[in-house]
Design a protein around this ligand. Structure first.
Ligand SMILES: Cc1ncc(COP(=O)(O)O)c(C=O)c1O
Length: 340
């Protein structure tokens, strides 16, 4: 049976061409700063995000944890969206490792506005924790791959500057955001102090994320990466995959977005699911299962070869280069024919 894997874009496997680039990579000991391919990847990431420096980290989770540790600081609070990846899927590392208190805030489509944040800012009173960081997510995973507009980014930037609070962007899928909105990645990142983006999601590399910021921050981040066990040696072999991804796999994200729209239209026409196709912006979509039995629906789909993930009374579908437009048409036929 053919499998249509729509659980996540993290399932993407390195292509033949990417593997060739990995094979040819020049390597050295990156803990000594001597891996030329890692150095090139870090310089490339810094240029693309408009930041002074960048650091290759093993995962998006580490790329989010380090700024919590460095920028926010122990005993302080980080303001973030209540459905952010940090709140739900990073094992409370903010609290257990960075010593930071999360201050979750609601916001439609995953967007944090100054009005929503203002009541959560701590006044300067000696018996209260300080607000040390604002963290935003673009695209927003759990809110359905939603993107920030430039006005929304600019509003949070002005607010944070006024209160002298740094902003970290979890930009695991910031390239999806740029492709959808047309706002260049560099422009998006100009509204934040630090940003993490992932190579190992829709961009198709097997491992790795880049944490970008000013030089002083990255120097400190490098120390914390080592402390966390993330100092890597001849890792140019993975950096080469990242460089390949940044050169070849950004524009094609558009195809993933179109495929997600197609899926949404089909899901919106079956009796057992509800989706607003207009709300689908990038490669992630959630279908509400009105009778609440998402697990039963996902196992019925699995029996026909269509894999997705359950999230309460919702199913999540994520498109990626592993599932071509032709595959999506076939998956849509299976979905349309499924009787629950
Ligand atoms: C929005 C977001 N941030 C961070 C991460 C963490 O990335 P990693 O799995 O590489 O730790 C993910 C992973 O899916 C994510 O979706």
């Amino acid at each position: 049976m053919k499998i249509y894997d729509l659980r996540s874009d993290t399932i993407t496997r390195p292509s033949g061409e990417m593997r060739k680039a990995m094979h040819k990579a020049e390597v050295g000991d990156d803990v000594y700063g001597e891996d030329p391919t890692v150095n090139l990847l870090e310089e490339t990431a810094a240029k693309m995000t408009g930041k002074k420096a960048a650091l290759f980290v093993p995962s998006g989770s580490m790329g989010n944890l380090i700024p919590l540790y460095v920028q926010c600081g122990r005993g302080n609070e980080v303001i973030l969206h209540e459905n952010s990846h940090i709140m739900h899927y990073e094992l409370a590392s903010a609290a257990t490792i960075a010593g930071v208190m999360p201050r979750p805030v609601p916001g439609e489509r995953g967007i944090l506005t100054p009005e929503a944040i203002r009541p959560h800012l701590r006044p300067d009173i000696y018996y209260m924790a300080r607000t040390g960081l604002i963290e935003i997510e673009n695209t927003h995973n759990k809110e359905g791959g939603t993107c920030w507009t430039e006005d929304e980014l600019s509003a949070i930037h002005r607010f944070a500057k006024k209160h002298d609070i740094p902003v970290h962007l979890d930009g695991a899928r910031v390239f999806n955001a740029a492709v959808h909105t047309g706002i260049p990645v560099k422009k998006i990142c100009s509204y934040v102090d630090t940003v993490t983006f992932c190579l190992s999601k829709g961009l198709g590399a097997p491992v790795g994320s880049l944490l970008c910021g000013d030089s002083e921050f990255i120097d400190e981040a490098r120390r914390i990466r080592k402390m966390l066990g993330g100092g890597m040696r001849q890792v140019g072999i993975l950096a080469a995959a990242g460089l390949y991804a940044l050169e070849h796999n950004i524009d094609r994200l558009r195809e993933d977005h179109l495929n997600a729209k197609k899926l949404a239209e089909v899901l919106n026409n079956v009796s057992w699911a509800k989706v607003d196709p207009d709300s689908v912006e990038t490669n992630i979509l959630f279908a509400t299962i009105p009778d609440g039995n998402a697990a039963a629906v996902s196992s019925a789909l699995k029996k026909k070869g269509v894999l997705c993930s359950g999230d309460g009374n919702r199913l999540r579908f994520v498109t990626s280069m592993e599932v071509s437009s032709q595959d999506i048409r076939e998956a849509c036929d299976i979905i349309a024919a499924l009787k629950i």
